[in-house]
Write a protein that binds this ligand. Sequence first.
Ligand SMILES: [Mg+2]
Length: 171
Amino acid sequence: MRSLLKPRQTHASIFDIDLRSYWDRGYQNIIIDVDNTITAWNHYKITPKLKEWISKAKDTGFHICLLSNSSQSKIRAFALELGVTYSPIGGKPFARGFYCALTELGATVQDTLVIGDQIFTDILGGNRAGMFTILVDPIDKREFIGTRLTRLMERLVAGRRPVCKSLQQPR
Ligand SMILES: [Mg+2]
C-alpha cells in the first residue's frame, strides 16, 4: 500500500517539470489535476504562465486531459478555455476516471504521465492504474476542508513534507 502512495517523481510545481525529457523517454500524454495543481483551489483562472505551459506542452507533442473530482461542468468549461480535453468522470483515486481520461486521450498507461498535488487521489489513483506519477506542491494553502484533513493524513501515512520546495536545489 505504501508504495502506491509514493510518487515516481516530485517537483515544486508544473513549471519545474522538464517536459522534453519525459517526451524523449516516450511519454506523449498528460492526465493532470486542476485544483491546486494548475490553478489555485476553486479559482479557474488562466494565468499567462499557465497558458504558456500548456502551449509548450502541446508544442512538444503532448496531449493533455484534465481529471478532477470537482464539478464536471466547471472542469469542462475550463478545459474548453485551455484548449485541452477532460474526463467527464472524476472519482479519484478510483480507476474509472483515469481510464476514462486515457480513452479521451487515445492513450495507454505506458505513455501517460499523471500530475497532481494530492497523494490520496492523484498519486494513489495514478499508481494503481499503472502510470508514471508526478507530485507537485499545492499552489495555494487555501483548500477545501476535506482536503486539509487529507493533508494531515498525507503527512502521517505517506510521510509527506508540507512542501516539496524544500527538497529542490536552489535556483
Ligand atoms: Mg488538487
